[in-house]
Design a protein. Structure first.
Length: 318
């Protein structure tokens, strides 16, 4: 089972890497140390390279200078901290691992400018404001890249963890997919809540009795999952963009103005049957209907005549 390495192991591995393929021996490194007033022995250098000796802070700072002299090419502190995966700074307590990428970035980062000799509060505040604005601009640009990739719903805490745990794996995959590195990090955060590297390291530590999977197989699987995530997000963004004209039309003033006309056309009782009948046949049909129908005036005259005859008959009888 693979376990996170210690800082001592990381430095020892890099010393062996730097010295491999050269003719430089432990004695040569110890001899180069004497140029800086250091009393290092070949045995001590060998023990450090095997991870058996821990370095003090002074020795760690001096080691790149000594190796530069011994190997005849520049060796920086970054070279001694180069690596992938995670490590423990102290006791191997779960949840305390630190990515080698983050460690290297913090230790080898550019210094924060601060005036100690001539303390100027206004200048210091201006420098701090400029640093904050620069960091805010960088963060805003990252969020724009994430939003363009339609991954804006990623959890911020997971995104922060994934960014801190990212290594060269994320950078290589971003170049392969031709997307910004932060997009790969955001996709990993959406999928696993942590970085691609952290997910890889976790899968490389199976339970007891289960054979350890091959790193290449694990990385291929995780790479495909991230690529699928990005393609899915892009497809969703494309679908939303296609629906945008319809939503704009539904919310437009022209559609709002047309609604009363559309609604009134569907309102019951708007057009009476008689009106439709009249509109089809016209007033001439009403005239013809009047000729064919009995006149009410004629019926009234006939009734009056019958009443008069009855009155005359009554008088004659008397």
């Amino acid at each position: 089972m693979n376990h996170p390495m210690t800082l001592r192991d990381l430095i020892a591995t890099n010393i062996r890497r730097l010295r491999s393929g050269t003719s430089v021996q432990h004695e040569d490194v110890a001899r180069a140390a004497t140029h800086f007033g250091l009393e290092w022995t070949a045995a001590w250098v060998s023990a450090v390279e095997r991870g058996q000796k821990a370095l003090t802070a002074e020795q760690l700072i001096a080691l790149p200078l000594v190796l530069t002299t011994a190997l005849q090419h520049r060796v920086s502190l970054s070279d001694l901290l180069l690596g992938e995966g995670s490590l423990h700074l102290g006791k191997p307590i779960p949840g305390t691992t630190l990515s080698t990428y983050y460690l290297r970035e913090i230790i080898t980062a550019s210094p924060f400018r601060r005036s100690f000799l001539d303390f100027d509060k206004a200048e210091l505040e201006a420098q701090m404001l400029a640093a904050e604005q620069s960091a805010a601009a960088a963060a805003a640009e990252k969020m724009r890249e994430i939003t363009r990739a339609n991954l804006g719903d990623v959890d911020i805490r997971a995104l922060k963890r994934a960014e801190e745990g990212a290594t060269a794996h994320e950078s290589k995959l971003a170049k392969k997919l031709e997307v910004p590195e932060i997009v790969v990090i955001a996709a990993a955060a959406s999928l696993w809540g942590r970085s691609l590297t952290e997910e890889r390291d976790a899968l490389l530590q199976p339970d007891e009795g289960i054979p350890a999977p091959k790193p290449a197989v694990i990385m291929r699987k995780l790479t495909n999952l991230i690529q699928d995530k990005l393609e899915e997000a892009a497809a969703q963004a494309q679908a939303a963009e296609a629906e945008k004209p319809l939503r704009e039309l539904a919310n437009s003033n022209s559609m709002t103005a047309a609604y009363p006309v559309i609604a009134s056309a569907n309102t019951p009782g708007r057009v009476e049957p008689e009106d439709e009948f009249d509109s089809e046949f016209g007033d001439d049909f009403d005239d013809e209907l009047a000729i064919e129908s009995p006149s009410t005036d004629f019926l009234d005259d006939e009734t009056e005549t019958e009443n008069a005859d009855d009155a005359v008959s009554s008088l004659t009888t008397r």
